[in-house]
Design a protein around this ligand. Structure first.
Ligand SMILES: *Cc1c(COP(=O)(O)O)cnc(C)c1O
Length: 435
């Protein structure tokens, strides 16, 4: 029952006075879907409670990090112990080595890595490293992929392959994005043309292997194979942005999924974040030793951070990774996510609503489209009004999915079969007006 005073609305009005748009990251504001954002009071397991005390089944999980659910006892204990020992020292700690060793053992394409505090920072530095290591300036990125908000990456396609990108944000000088070429995801022909035209100038190609920032779009095996081959052939570095997919779609991340289809497949640089921090500000980028040794203090590529490798954040990340690598964890998470996705598809088919959905490990996406889209243009063919109806239908029934049609969803180890059943039942009711 909705209380007569909506405390979320009260908080939003107050927030708007002191924080632009009332939020500290734009998509939280519900601008796309309308309505009032839920101000979270607390979270536990697969749920969070808003300012009114209303409970929601959480399919965002902080946009990916909360793979164990909220407040996992082992993680909580590690964080509490670390906090007592000190919040930040600005000097190295053993736990940074332990976390680095843990991540490298899960993602062996990396021989070394550096810890930073956000995915944006990791992606930005990976680009600088690729440029520094190759002595080249040009970068390829794909429409619909997000790599954080560094200036050079806030860019959309220019007109034609010969021209580089245009800024997507005010405050980014056109000069800053003039080295970024934006191509269509999964378009092999265009990729080949771009390398034929600009190959000798390309420092790196950055890609989300399963693009979670356009909901859930897989790079095809053929497209992935060509990305790898063309980078190798032209001396460019293949940068896998696994901030979302890292330790989320599989223990070994998306690259381990593609290595099953393409034997020996490896990116040159991997960018990680979200799950490896377990909900604390922590991210990383890594690669082969020769590339990573280009970084200061060994090499000429500068990068630094006051809070990098923070002792509380590393404790949180380490405890999280140690839980998810326990035997059976990922199989159970994958099976539960699959059950959700199969259930959603069955309900939509029953209701006669055009629908498609996909998942890998603990990450999923669905579309009000009859077939899975392959690129951003196809994703954006979704009817926004219908999506918003569905979003609010679910929200009203206590199911919280991302408040935008181009965002992925996440299941955690804390979601039970009963939670999935409750979600499917809410989905059935929420679909009714869409028939
Ligand atoms: C979330 C995300 C980022 C940015 O990470 P922040 O920690 O929000 O800066 C970069 N790349 C991808 C693929 C992401 O999903």
């Amino acid at each position: 029952m909705k209380p007569s005073t909506d405390l979320n609305e009260t908080l939003m009005a107050r927030a708007r006075q002191v924080i632009p748009g009332g939020v500290n990251s734009p998509v939280r504001a519900f601008r796309a879907v309308g309505g009032t954002p839920r101000f979270v009071q607390r979270a536990e397991g697969a749920y969070f409670w808003d300012a009114n005390g209303t409970r929601y089944i959480d399919y965002i999980g902080s946009w990916g990090p909360m793979i164990l659910g909220h407040g996992h006892p082992a993680v909580l204990e590690a964080v509490q112990k670390a906090a007592v020992e000190g919040f930040s020292y600005g000097a190295p700690t053993e736990r940074e080595i332990e976390l680095a060793e843990e991540i490298l053992s899960l993602v062996p394409s990396m021989e070394m890595l550096r810890l930073v505090s956000s995915g944006t920072e990791a992606g930005m530095t990976a680009i600088r490293l690729a440029r520094g290591a190759t002595g080249r300036n040009k970068i390829i990125k794909f429409e619909g992929c997000y790599h954080g908000h560094a200036d050079a990456l806030l860019v959309k396609a220019g007109s034609g392959l010969a021209t580089f990108g245009n800024p997507t944000s005010a405050g980014v000088p056109p000069d800053v994005v003039q080295h970024t070429l934006v191509l269509e995801y999964n378009n092999v022909t265009q990729l080949e043309e771009a390398f034929a035209l600009h190959g000798v100038q390309i420092a790196g190609l950055i890609i989300e292997p399963i693009a979670g920032n356009m909901n859930f779009v897989r790079a095809s095996v053929e497209f992935t194979r060509r990305c790898r081959e063309l980078c190798t052939q032209h001396g460019a570095l293949l940068i896998y942005d696994e901030v979302m997919t890292g330790c989320r779609v599989a223990l070994g991340s998306a690259q381990s999924v593609y290595a099953q289809a393409i034997p020996g497949f490896e990116p040159d640089i991997t960018v990680m974040g979200k799950v490896i921090g377990g909900g604390m500000p922590l991210a990383a980028f890594g690669g082969k030793r020769a590339v990573m040794e280009q970084l200061a203090p060994l090499g000429p590529v500068y990068q630094a951070g006051t809070l990098s490798g923070n002792p509380v954040a590393t404790a949180c990340g380490l405890a999280t990774l140690r839980e998810i690598r326990k035997p059976g964890f990922f199989d159970a998470l994958s099976a539960r996510t699959r059950r959700l996705v199969d259930g959603l598809k069955a309900e939509a088919a029953q209701a006669g609503v055009p629908f498609s959905a996909d998942c890998e490990g603990g990450m999923f996406g669905f579309f009000l489209l009859p077939e899975l889209p392959q690129n951003y243009t196809q994703v954006m063919k979704t009817d926004g009004t219908r999506f918003n109806q569905l979003f609010h239908g679910l929200l009203d029934r206590g199911v919280y999915i991302a408040p935008a049609l181009y965002e992925a969803g996440f299941v955690s180890g804390a979601h039970t079969d009963a939670d999935i059943d409750a979600t499917l039942s809410a989905f059935r009711d929420a679909l009714a007006p869409l028939r």
